[in-house]
Design a protein around this ligand. Structure first.
Ligand code: SF4
Length: 83
């Protein structure tokens, strides 16, 4: 499925819908994603944070790994992020 993630240690990499939505992105972005999803870096991922606190069904498919503002609002139970 996600060949680039064979060395990934994020336990939800195979199910992470972020990669399904972003197939075809250039190699630079894919490299950044691999860095985010490996080692201790997953702890810095906004998607992983929502997954840990709320569960996989609450991780929006379009939530970016670095969008901590939206993640914080989801975790706090808010549906809208201030403009
Ligand atoms: S984007 Fe985040 S949640 Fe998805 S596999 Fe990578 S570290 Fe895990």
């Amino acid at each position: 499925m996600h060949d680039e993630g064979s060395d990934c240690v994020c336990e939800i990499f195979e199910e992470c819908s972020f990669f399904d939505r972003n197939e075809g992105l250039n190699n630079t972005i894919l490299t950044v994603q691999r860095i985010f999803c490996s080692g201790e870096c997953k702890e810095n991922c906004a998607r992983y944070g929502v997954y840990q606190v709320l569960g996989p069904e609450h991780v929006p498919s379009d939530l970016l790994p670095f969008d901590h503002l939206t993640a914080d609002h989801l975790i706090a139970g808010k549906t809208k992020v201030p403009a």
